[in-house]
Design a protein around this ligand. Structure first.
Ligand SMILES: [Fe+2]
Ligand SMILES: [Fe+2]
Length: 241
């Protein structure tokens, strides 16, 4: 019997073997916001053969996880929340001003050649603004409650009611970010520079492509690992109280 089945969810496959996210990235299959879909469903939506995808996953099952693919499923919830803050949130806070400056410069210098460069700048600016506020909500409200849940033997009081409420809001914001990232990919012809692109233009596309990849990993760790485990822990504490 094969390791993976067509009715496994895409998110569960990546939670089990983080390196397999590369296979999904390459095929354009969304394993973060779309992680709750089964492999069969995700493939059908992309016009891919699920059996062929299963074979590819099996083939890459032994690929090693490099240092960027941590085993998030093996961490405690507190460790995972800390990891997300120290790696993904820190990365975004570092990159936002740099990408913003690159996109602004490219739009102002080359926007006359390709008007989509203005759209790229505006879409990026709006997304960076939304994500900054999103990260603040996670860091100030949701993640501290996740840590308290893990440290408690009975259900702690939470001003948002159930943890499912802020989680639903965060998942909704992840979906919106996913739409904006797809728009950036489309506007930039899949991050492909035209022949005439200068180094700043190329650096912007490279930074945007890395930003997208990091966001996929980041959202996957939250939507498919941290959030469902926090909901489960809350339910266990509720039952024990
Ligand atoms: Fe986050
Ligand atoms: Fe998030």
């Amino acid at each position: 019997m094969s390791t993976y089945q067509v009715n496994d969810t895409v998110g569960a496959i990546v939670a089990r073997r983080p390196a397999l996210s590369r296979v999904f990235e390459q095929a354009g299959v969304d394993y973060c916001c779309g992680g709750k879909k089964t492999l069969d469903q995700a493939c059908r939506e992309k016009g891919l053969d699920a059996q062929a995808m299963l074979a590819t996953l099996e083939q890459h099952d032994g690929d090693s996880d490099d240092e960027t693919y941590v085993d998030a499923a093996a961490m405690s919830l507190t460790e995972l929340a800390d990891h997300i803050e120290h790696t993904h949130h820190a990365y975004l806070r570092n990159e936002f001003p740099r990408i913003n400056a690159l996109a602004q410069k490219v739009a102002s210098v080359h926007g006359g050649n390709d008007a989509r460069l203005h759209d790229i700048y505006q879409t990026f600016q709006a997304l960076a603004f939304e994500l900054s506020s999103h990260m603040m909500k996670e860091e100030q409200i949701l993640f501290p409650f996740v840590r308290r849940l893990e440290a408690s033997t009975s259900l702690p009081a939470f001003h948002c009611g159930s943890i499912a409420n802020p989680i639903r809001q965060m998942e909704h914001e992840h979906q919106d970010a996913g739409v904006a990232l797809e728009r950036l990919r489309t506007l930039s012809d899949n991050y492909t520079p035209p022949d005439w692109a200068c180094n700043t233009y190329r650096a912007m596309l490279d930074a945007l492509a890395r930003f997208e990849l990091d966001m996929h990993q980041h959202v996957h760790k939250e939507d498919n690992i941290l959030f469902p485990r926090a909901i489960e822990l809350e339910a266990q504490l509720t039952a024990a109280t």
